[in-house]
Design a protein around this ligand. Structure first.
Ligand code: COA
Length: 259
């Protein structure tokens, strides 16, 4: 049997591929469980400093939660279904390593939500984004009602969530939902170059940046500034901070150790 989530370690980063192309990489329980395991393993692996998530094949990133499994849910299990997906996506968003979504096709429902849980999103020209759950008589359950309005504002988010339509990569770019759009043939190379660059940075500083920016999304400006100063102080206590500043003063490239 094929692995439904492939993990390919590279030099300092890993590519995580949702591998169920015959169902457009739809997220069933098996995929979500494998994704959760992969995220946990990568989190514990100090040699991996950045993670790229993409979908197998040329058609889809992830076309949503698996509708056949979704159909089986009731009022009780539906809540657990949503909480499970939210837990996996929260682990990505709260990771100490940057996650980059390489959106290579349909990113619908849980696929759009997975991309939004990543810290950055890059898309192919043929990518399509949407939250079509309304067409199934339900609502987004893996964070779409919360992350989409934060990223593009409530009116535009509601246009997608209530209307259930799809938007193109170009429109997603104009809304700020994706960082950039690239031809299909170039996407992975562009994203891997970014991952490679991030993998050269001081890991504790990467972690601290992610933590501080996440506070900005969750709290008021004053509380956020308080958190920033505290995190800044913490990072000033690391060996990598001494090495980075020393290397600048000595006009050489810093050698970060992750301490
Ligand atoms: N769950 C389960 N299976 C899915 C799926 C999903 N979210 N999305 C696609 N598939 C399956 C299709 O059922 C089909 O399986 P089959 O070959 O066994 O019939 C296969 O993937 C290919 O999809 P298909 O619909 O034939 O491709 P298409 O190019 O005609 O359409 C989409 C592509 C994305 C527009 C269409 O598949 C779609 O609307 N998917 C559901 C999107 C959605 O509502 N997601 C949110 C779920 S909460």
């Amino acid at each position: 049997m094929n692995d439904v989530v492939l993990v390919q370690p590279r030099n300092g980063y890993a590519i995580l591929t949702i591998n169920r192309p015959e169902k457009l990489n739809a997220l069933n329980a098996e995929v979500l469980e494998a994704l959760e395991r992969a995220v946990r393993t990568l989190e514990a692996d100090a040699s991996i400093r950045c993670v790229v998530i993409t979908g197998a094949g040329e058609k889809a990133f992830v076309a949503g939660a698996d509708i056949a499994q979704l159909h089986e849910q009731d009022a009780h299990t539906g809540r657990l279904f949503a909480e499970f997906g939210q837990r996996v996506f929260n682990a990505i968003e709260r990771s100490g390593k940057p996650y980059i979504a390489a959106v290579n096709g349909f990113a619908l429902g849980g696929g759009c939500e997975l991309a939004m849980a990543c810290h950055m999103r890059f898309a192919t020209e043929n990518a399509k984004f949407g939250q079509p759950e309304i067409n199934l008589g339900i609502i987004p359950g893996y964070g779409g009602t919360q992350r989409l309005p934060k990223l593009i504002g409530a009116p535009k988010a509601l246009e997608l969530i209530l209307g259930g339509g799809m938007i193109s990569a170009a429109e997603a770019l104009s809304l700020g939902l994706v960082n950039a759009v690239h031809p299909q043939a170039d996407l992975l190379a562009v994203v891997e170059a970014l991952a490679q660059n991030l993998a050269t940075k001081a890991p504790l500083a990467l972690h601290a940046c992610l933590e501080a920016v996440r506070v900005a999304a969750d709290t008021s400006l004053l509380e956020g500034l308080h958190a920033e100063a505290s995190i800044f102080g913490r990072v000033c206590g690391t060996a990598d901070f001494k090495e980075g500043t020393q290397a600048f003063l000595e006009k050489r490239t810093a050698q970060f150790s992750g301490r």
